[in-house]
Each structure stands twice: as structure tokens, then as C-alpha cells.
Design a binder for this molecule. Structure first.
Ligand SMILES: *Cc1c(COP(=O)(O)O)cnc(C)c1O
Length: 457
């Protein structure tokens, strides 16, 4: 077996600005030890997110010149509609400016007080849009998905018995749709099996509840199915993706993930009556139905990206480069959420820094140290992001203290990742000298974006 190489050549480059350790110590201080407050120019390797950070291909850029910017009936819309229909089999394709706009439109119509939306795990914007409508968001992740050290092929699966018990208790009439998120972003980028999607659909059918896919990483999920599920080894990623969508009645999508573009999304629906309501709302909040929240050129880039993302050489490289980073971190002795997911590696900061209690934010300590050592930007997913206070002001922590290293699509080469690994060796060596953090300022909602921190001691 030869090295799995990046399946592309580089035609246009973006220089990285180098900084020294001394400069980064000062930058961190100026940014109040919050990576969201660091300027991107001061970052060497940016692993903050895989959302909207991809490199587009020559064909996507060419498509941008082809973009038809007509207000109504643009040619680019029909290309986009055909590409999404071909992939999802859905009748009604509604472009939005990003994934959350599709969610906002959908839940404004079907959500509201007294309604419940189940999901394997809601992504944060999905949960926010469900709750904003007045409905309740409920997660039904399979038990093995909740254990960071358990190695299993499909840790993103829905817990179907728990979901069915919930439906019987709550009443199917109060559950307008059920979602499955592929891959399970908030659950570590873990895939969902075809069997699980099929069985969830069959169970929901008994109760007349439609199944929707939050399909942001549908191609990565399809490739995990090809690699791990019996009966799919000889199917193409596209055939597998098409089968996944065949069980769904609707789709929400952030094109900033597996359509390999910097901005965009869509809502796809089989139900014509629902689609009519969605288009009416789209006109008020996003734009005319043949462009939604997007330019013609964006629609072209998405159509092209949806094709490229299903290329096997791309998917092999994509999943392998994430796995490569994960395996090397484990060799160094840095505990991670196992097995590596599709788009990111999650360091288990609780296990890594047992001397820093959750209320002193061990994940933030790892984030700051990685930036100091190598200018690498990552993000805490633990007590900073999800922590709440009890009535005595004590921090209530979530079950895990994670640090996410998300890999942008087609942006970094193996030597960039090797550099990250070298910095991780230093992180491991420094682990006993790391200290916890306290929060000195926080906003009432989504505090992780703007909070200020101070190192303790
Ligand atoms: C990113 C994401 C969204 C929201 O999409 P945006 O384009 O960021 O609005 C929804 N669900 C999942 C699983 C995501 O990863």
C-alpha cells in the first residue's frame, strides 16, 4: 500500500504569516485567552472549524464565472436544483444562505409550543432553532456513542428503542418530524449506519412521523458505510448517499461542509404543501425561490462541489488524513475520542489533564497551549461551551471536556498535519506544567464566542 496522497495539485496559494512563541504569548493575552478573539492572520494552522473553510476547485471557480445572476429563473438555479434532486431524490429544492436558515424556515412552520423534535444529537444551531420556535429538542444517541473510549463502527446511531418509547409517551401527533444528523457532528463526527437509518424510518412509519436528514456531512457518512457496513463495499459513495436519502422525507444542509463551498445551504422537501409554506417564508427572509439567500455563482459552486465530494479519491484522502492525525496523537499518549470521526479529532482534556478540574476548564488550557506552542487554533467543547451554573454559582459541567481539531477540506497538506503532530509532542511534554483558567467576562448566551479568561496561579 502506497502513501495516500492529496488528490489534487495546488494552483493558487495563500501565504501563512509566521509568528514567534513570544509574539503568540502576547497575542493570547490580548485575546483574553479566547481563540475566537485571535485574528486569523495571527494563526498558522487554523483548526477552529471545517465549516466554510474549504478550498474550492478550479472547476468550482470556473463555475463562479458561469453564474447566472438573473433575479428569477436563473440557469444556475436549475443546475443546482438538478444536482440536489439527483442526489437526494427530493421534489422541492429550496436554496438558503446557510444551514441554519433552512432550519429556521422549517421549524418556524412545523415547530412551536407543545411540539417535540427528536434527533440522534442536535447540532447547536438546530437545537437553537427548535427551541426558538417554542418546541423541545430531544437527543436519542446510542449508548456506545456516549463512551469516548469505546471503539465501534457507528457511534452516531439513533437509539431506536428509546426513541420509540418517547414517541409512545409523548404522542406521535406532537412530533412533526424526527431528524438524523449525518455524521453526528456534536457526537464527535461519528457515522450512522444504513441499517440504523432504514430501521429508524421503518419504526417512524408506523407512527406516521416523517424522517429528515441533517445532511451536512452526508458524503463522509456514505464513505464510512462503504468501509464499515456489510453489503456496501462494492457500491459507489453516490449510490450509498442516494440510498441514505431514499429513506428521508426532507433534508436540511449546510453547503459549508460537504458541498465544499464557503457559504450556502438548502432545504429539500418531498411534501408539496410544506414546500409551498417554506417558499413563502423564504421570500420574506432569504429571497426569491430560485436564488434564496445565494448568488447564482454560489449555486454553481455548490452544484460542482456536491459532485466532487463523492469522488472516492477525495473521500479516501479526507477520512485518512483525519485518522492519521488521530492515530499519531494516540501514539504520543494524548487521549482522544475514539475512533477518529470524519471531520475532526477530539482530544479528551479531562483524561489528559486530570489535575485540572472541569470548573477550571482543562480544554481551554489545551487550546491555549497549542496556540502558544505552534500557532494552532482549536476550540474547547466542554465546560466553557456548555457549562451552566447552579443557584450557588457552582459550575455544572457537561459529561466530556473536549478540544476539537477540525480539518478544513483540501486546505492543509500532510506536512501541515505533521507540524501539528510535532506541536502535540511538545503539548504532551508540557502537560504537568499546564494550569487551569477562570472566566473574567461572559455574555448571557453562547458565552464561548466572546468570553474573557485568565490563567490561574
Ligand atoms: C454546520 C451545521 C449546521 C448549521 O449550518 P450553518 O451553515 O453553519 O448554518 C447544522 N447542522 C450540522 C450538523 C452542522 O454541522
Amino acid at each position: 500500500m502506497k502513501t495516500i496522497i492529496e488528490p489534487f495539485k495546488i494552483k493558487s496559494v495563500e501565504p501563512i504569516r509566521f509568528t514567534t512563541v513570544e509574539e503568540r504569548i502576547e497575542i493570547l493575552k490580548q485575546a483574553h485567552y479566547n481563540p475566537f478573539l485571535i485574528r486569523a492572520d495571527d494563526v498558522l494552522i487554523d483548526l477552529l472549524t471545517d465549516s466554510g473553510t474549504a478550498a474550492m476547485s478550479a472547476k468550482q471557480w470556473a463555475g463562479m464565472m458561469e453564474g447566472d445572476e438573473s433575479y428569477a429563473g436563473a440557469r444556475s438555479f436549475f443546475r443546482f436544483e438538478k444536482a440536489v434532486q439527483d442526489l437526494t431524490g427530493m421534489k422541492n429544492i429550496i436554496p438558503t444562505h446557510q444551514g441554519r436558515a433552512a432550519e429556521k424556515i422549517l421549524f418556524s412552520i412545523i415547530g412551536g409550543a407543545g411540539k417535540f423534535i427528536p434527533n440522534n444529537t442536535h447540532f447547536d444551531t438546530t437545537r437553537a432553532n427548535v427551541e426558538f420556535s417554542g418546541a423541545v429538542a430531544e437527543d436519542f444517541l446510542t449508548e456506545e456513542g456516549k463512551q469516548p473510549n469505546v471503539i465501534a463502527p457507528f457511534k452516531g446511531n439513533m437509539n431506536i428503542p428509546a426513541l420509540e418509547a418517547f414517541i409512545q409517551k409523548t404522542g406521535a401527533e406532537n412530533i412533526p418530524v424526527c431528524f438524523i444528523t449525518v455524521t453526528n457532528n456534536s457526537g464527535g463526527g461519528q457515522p450512522v449506519s444504513m441499517q440504523n437509518i432504514r430501521d429508524t424510518k421503518a419504526m417512524l412509519k408506523k407512527y406516521g412521523i416523517p424522517l429528515f436528514l441533517d445532511a451536512c456531512r452526508f458524503a463522509e457518512n456514505a464513505y464510512f458505510i462503504k468501509k464499515r457496513e456489510k453489503g456496501y463495499e462494492h457500491k459507489t459513495p453516490k449510490e450509498i448517499a442516494q440510498e441514505m436519502f431514499s429513506y428521508a422525507d426532507g433534508v436540511t444542509m449546510s453547503a459549508k461542509k460537504d458541498a465544499i463551498v464557503n457559504m450556502g445551504g438548502f432545504l429539500a422537501l418531498n411534501d408539496d404543501a410544506l414546500a409551498l409554506k417554506a417558499r413563502n417564508l423564504l421570500i420574506v427572509t432569504e429571497g426569491f425561490p430560485t436564488y434564496g439567500g445565494l448568488s447564482g455563482r454560489d449555486l454553481e459552486a455548490i452544484s460542482q462541489g456536491l459532485e466532487e465530494v463523492l469522488d472516492e479519491h477525495y473521500l479516501t484522502y479526507r477520512l485518512r488524513s483525519v485518522e492519521y492525525l488521530g492515530n499519531k496523537l494516540m501514539e504520543i499518549g494524548i487521549p482522544i475520542l475514539q475512533p477518529p470521526g470524519g471531520h475532526a479529532i477530539y482530544i479528551d482534556a479531562k483524561q489528559f489533564l486530570p489535575n485540572i478540574p472541569p470548573y477550571q476548564y482543562p480544554g481551554q488550557a489545551v487550546v491555549c497551549e497549542l496556540y502558544k506552542i505552534g500557532g494552532i487554533r482549536s476550540v474547547e467543547i466542554g465546560s466553557v461551551m456548555f457549562g451552566k451554573y447552579d443557584e450557588n454559582g457552582k459550575v455544572i459541567s457537561p459529561p466530556m471536556e473536549l478540544v476539537r481539531l477540525a480539518i478544513p477540506r483540501r486546505v492543509y497538506t500532510q506536512s501541515h498535519i505533521d507540524y501539528v503532530i510535532e506541536c502535540a509532542v511538545e503539548l504532551f511534554a508540557n502537560r504537568s506544567s499546564l494550569v487551569g483558567y477562570s472566566i473574567t467576562y461572559e455574555a448571557p448566551q453562547l458565552r464561548h464566542f466572546t468570553a474573557h479568561f485568565e490563567p490561574l496561579g
